[in-house]
Design a protein around this ligand. Structure first.
Ligand SMILES: Cc1cc2nc3c(=O)[nH]c(=O)nc-3n(C[C@H](O)[C@H](O)[C@H](O)COP(=O)(O)OP(=O)(O)OC[C@H]3O[C@@H](n4cnc5c(N)ncnc54)[C@H](O)[C@@H]3O)c2cc1C
Length: 436
């Protein structure tokens, strides 16, 4: 029961980290409380970021995702300014699409990859219940198996990959920082949805509410409503009606006449943004355990894979040499902050249920008319560039110039989306009540 690395949580982040540590020649235990190898997370809308594709490729997952029917997730975004649908050229320096694939397919796939990696022990049906300490750092994890038997797993590095409510962080006394989230989520799965844009994923910013449709494998489409908490009574009173009305009168909205709802309508009412130091008390945190920000932007799965990769790249060599992991953990923490802190700041800010700020108004409006601004919007939305490059003076100056000089002609919009760009904002249920 002596390992190089013990990872608690065998979902996306934990299984990815275990696979990469195992390939680096380390001995790894993955502690996962779910006993079923086919278990999967149900509170997810399955949009995987394009920026995580290099990590998926390194893991060897892209082919498996495609074999399982995963859908490349091209995106069309509607706001009151019109449609944005970037069309990256052949020499575009970033991944063009990620994937939409349900967690029902993805989670067992990723777990199986870890279980099949030399050096990895996947311990299903084991729950982490406590921590042991050595000179101020976490040195071992106490686990209970499904028969109630207790074990202690000692490690030179313990990794928390146990999700947004991380029990490990709590047991280690690592502070959780929160930022408010003023929307609630409802979503459901449909078959036979007809879409009216060239993209597999559509988002409508109805300000402040947002709705989206994401096409997945096997002809499944997930329809999601994110509405301000002031509308919760309306949804509680008539969930079916309020949910379905949210998809009416959308410019180029999904056609549901022949569609069949194949799940109940599911909800998540509290999505408080959570973050923790990605390394503290000698322990590392990856995936949602380190950062769980608003799912509106579809970032959590991609960042779960990427943070696992950053951690392994920062620490594997040190662990192999049996050197002190503290400097390597500091490197990981810096990478995590550099890559994600700016994104997280802007994401949390928008989850306060505000309208677009001046910069967003500028970029959303210019990207409708200008392919270069649309590409800039795409690179940021897929998280291939960070907040500082998104907000750099040159692209914002270009956006301002586009609006000043080109808007009336509107010649550069993708032809298929041109009419919808002029459609007025449809009335949202509850608008009148809000104005009143
Ligand atoms: C409504 C909603 C919609 C979302 N939609 C998207 C989306 O479209 N795209 C996207 O990228 N992200 C989305 N997300 C976020 C995404 O689901 C998470 O970011 C992602 O699952 C994080 O992966 P993870 O491996 O860090 O944690 P999780 O997937 O949460 O896994 C944690 C694992 O730890 C295990 N565990 C917990 N405690 C213990 C313990 N004590 N002992 C042993 N095991 C334990 C759990 O069983 C679980 O397997 C959404 C989230 C929500 C809430």
């Amino acid at each position: 029961m002596d390992y190089d690395v013990v990872i608690v949580g065998g979902s996306l982040a934990g299984s990815a980290a275990a696979t990469l540590y195992g390939r680096a020649g380390l001995r790894v235990a993955v502690v996962e409380k779910q006993p079923d190898p086919l278990a999967y997370k149900t509170t997810c809308n399955h949009f995987i970021l394009a920026s995580s594709v290099p990590t998926l490729e390194r893991l060897g997952l892209t082919e498996k995702i495609e074999e399982a029917g995963g859908v490349p997730n091209s995106i069309a975004v509607w706001s009151r300014y019109g449609w944005i649908h970037a069309e990256p050229p052949a020499d575009y320096p970033y991944p063009v699409t990620g994937y939409n694939i349900t967690r029902r397919r993805l989670d067992p796939m990723v777990r199986k990859l870890a279980a099949g990696t030399d050096g990895v022990d996947l311990m299903l049906g084991h729950t982490a219940t406590g921590l042991d300490w050595d000179r101020g750092r976490v040195a071992a994890v106490q686990v209970r198996d499904r028969h109630g038997v207790e074990h202690t797993l000692s490690a030179r590095l313990v990794v928390a990959a146990d999700g947004r409510y991380s029990k490990l962080a709590q047991m280690a006394g690592i502070t959780t920082r929160t930022r408010p989230h003023e929307r609630f989520y409802y979503w459901a799965y449909f078959r036979g949805v007809e879409l009216d844009t060239p993209a597999s994923s559509q988002l409508w910013f109805r300000e402040p509410d947002v709705v989206y449709t994401f096409g997945n494998e096997d002809g499944l489409t997930v329809l999601t409503v994110l509405a301000g908490k002031d509308r919760l009574p309306e949804f509680k009173a008539d969930l079916d009606g309020a949910f379905m009305r949210s998809f009416e009168n959308l410019p180029r909205g999904p056609r549901l006449d022949h569609a069949e709802r194949v799940s109940k309508i599911m909800g998540k009412l509290d999505l408080t943004n959570l973050r923790r130091r990605p390394a503290a008390k000698g322990m590392a945190l990856i995936g949602d355990a380190a950062l769980a920000s608003d799912p509106l932007w579809g970032v959590g799965c991609g960042w779960a894979f990427q943070s696992a990769e950053w951690l392994v790249d920062a620490t594997a060599d040190t662990l192999r040499r049996r050197a002190d992991p503290a400097p390597a953990l500091r490197r990981y923490r810096r990478t995590h902050r550099r890559r994600l802190a700016g994104h997280d700041f802007l994401i949390c800010d928008y989850s306060r249920l505000r309208g677009f700020n001046p910069v967003e108004r500028l970029v959303f409006a210019a990207a409708v008319h200008d392919p270069a601004t649309a590409l800039h919007f795409h690179a940021f939305g897929t998280r291939s560039i960070g907040a500082s490059r998104f907000l750099a003076p040159a692209p914002l100056a270009r956006a301002a110039w586009v609006l000043a000089t080109r808007r009336p002609r509107a010649t550069t919009k993708p032809a298929g989306l041109r009419d919808a760009a002029r459609a007025p904002r449809p009335p949202a249920p509850g608008d009148a009540a809000r104005r009143g």
